[in-house]
Design a protein around this ligand. Structure first.
Ligand SMILES: Cc1cc2nc3c(=O)[nH]c(=O)nc-3n(C[C@H](O)[C@H](O)[C@H](O)COP(=O)(O)OP(=O)(O)OC[C@H]3O[C@@H](n4cnc5c(N)ncnc54)[C@H](O)[C@@H]3O)c2cc1C
Length: 407
């Protein structure tokens, strides 16, 4: 039976090991220099980064740690932002685009290194990715993209149809290799980062929804039911610009992506799918991302569309899960007949250029925001934690510019 509406990361995590943090009761000891709103991967990575740098930090999560977009994500640490370089170059210029791509890549490598160093058990496995063009038209786009990257002196190894067929057992015309990415269980990574942050002094509170933030020139007040925290710095890591910041909503388009995880694929068929467990991204509109989970299941992400109204959501998840299984079978005909074990949805906000906004906004003194990750990869959560810490300490570097609201 397919489980709809829940991701395998949450379903398979032992209930007895779900961490529990107190509700905010009106006191922090000592008071935080920084209040983080949102305890997903972004908020927890930021809590760890700030606490490890000696900053006193309080994290407020409305629900439970890691059970929002984090638990719905695909668990891919991509080394690229998932937007064509040419598109980023057009909006922010060559220098900033190049720095954005380098900063993203550095963040992916550092994120995996951090998870290793902290010994967070989240199934971290190194995997390259290949962007596959399946038609002549897509191949022409991919080659143009590759030339733009080479001109910017970025690594962009092009693969031909034979190399794709040999490694992936796929009909592809051309491919672009993204080296040194990784896959994880994003929920376990988030829970592990929260624990690491707490052990360095971060104060984490669950079931503590922020209702409003007010501010004047000197301080901000973070308001919860029956309590408030006065602070000089508010980090907003709620993934989407929620009702707390209505004034920022106009910068985003709200979308939903759908994901399925297949039943185990019999070994005979697995052999036919190619030995390389690389992550595949195609150039379909919307694109698919396909990764292996363990040795025998495929996770497929795609079918992105406008966010469905809440009352239709359950029905749409079932439709889209079946659509994704069909689309997977057109890529790999051998798997037809394999059923989905899980089908679920992930909401996200898209920016005009496709890169997330990370940092200050002139209308909100004392605030730093992270909104709009459409990369379908976790890297932005870690990248944001580093950019935010630099900004808080007044040590921003030029690689952060492409992610600012003023780009
Ligand atoms: C289709 C898709 C695929 C993705 N694939 C990947 C992937 O492969 N790898 C990956 O890891 N990332 C992936 N991502 C991105 C991923 O969603 C983010 O990188 C990250 O995991 C999201 O973390 P977050 O902390 O920003 O958001 P969330 O996990 O949603 O955390 C935000 C938290 O804020 C809390 N919150 C909201 N309002 C309030 C309030 N008022 N007060 C207090 N708390 C509040 C919520 O309860 C929630 O827990 C994907 C995204 C999409 C859309």
């Amino acid at each position: 039976m397919t489980k709809y509406g829940v991701s395998p990361w949450l379903d398979q995590f032992p209930k007895s090991r779900i961490p529990s943090y107190p509700r905010y009761g009106g006191k922090t000891r000592p008071p935080g220099d920084v209040v983080i709103i949102g305890g997903g991967l972004t908020g927890c990575a930021a809590a760890y980064a700030f606490a490890a740098a000696g900053v006193k930090v309080v994290l407020l999560e409305a629900d439970r740690i890691g059970r929002g977009a984090t638990a719905a994500s695909a668990g891919w640490i991509a080394t690229e932002p998932g937007v064509p370089f040419e598109q980023v170059e057009k909006s922010v210029g060559l220098r900033a685009a190049k720095q954005a791509f380098q900063t993203w890549r550095r963040a992916a490598l550092d994120f995996a290194a951090l998870l290793r160093r902290l010994e967070i058990k989240c199934g971290l496995e190194p995997h390259d990715a290949i962007v596959v063009a399946r038609s002549q038209e897509d191949a022409a786009r991919l080659k143009k993209e590759q030339r733009a990257r080479v001109a910017a002196k970025l690594d962009a190894p092009l693969l031909n149809a034979r190399a794709i067929g040999a490694g992936l057992a796929l009909d592809g015309v051309a491919g672009l290799r993204e080296k040194n990415g990784a896959t994880i269980d994003p929920y376990r990574a988030c829970v592990g980062l929260a624990a690491a942050a707490a052990s360095r002094g971060a104060q984490i509170f669950e079931r503590s929804a922020v209702k409003r933030v007010t501010f004047n020139r000197k301080t901000a007040d973070v308001l919860l039911p029956g309590a408030s925290i006065r602070t000089n710095r508010v980090v907003v890591a709620t993934s989407l610009p929620t009702a707390l910041f209505k004034g920022l909503i106009r910068h985003f388009w709200f979308k939903t992506a759908y994901l399925v995880l297949t039943d185990p694929i019999p070994v005979k068929i697995r052999r036919l799918l190619g030995a390389d467990h690389v992550i595949i991204r195609d150039l379909a509109e919307p694109p698919h991302v396909i990764r292996w989970v363990g040795d025998d299941r495929l996770l497929v992400l795609g079918a992105d569309s406008e966010a469905a109204p809440p009352r239709q959501r359950d029905k749409v998840v079932v439709q889209r899960a079946n659509q994704l299984m069909y689309e997977l079978s057109t890529l790999y005909p051998d798997i037809s007949g394999i059923r989905p074990a899980f089908g679920w949805a992930a909401d996200y906000a898209l920016t005009a250029e496709g890169l997330p906004y990370i940092g200050a906004h002139r209308n909100y003194p004392h605030h730093l925001f992270v909104f709009g990750d459409a990369s379908h990869s976790v890297t932005a959560a870690y990248l944001a934690s580093r950019v935010l810490l630099r900004q808080h300490l007044g040590q921003s570097d030029s690689g952060d510019e492409a992610f600012s609201f003023n780009r």
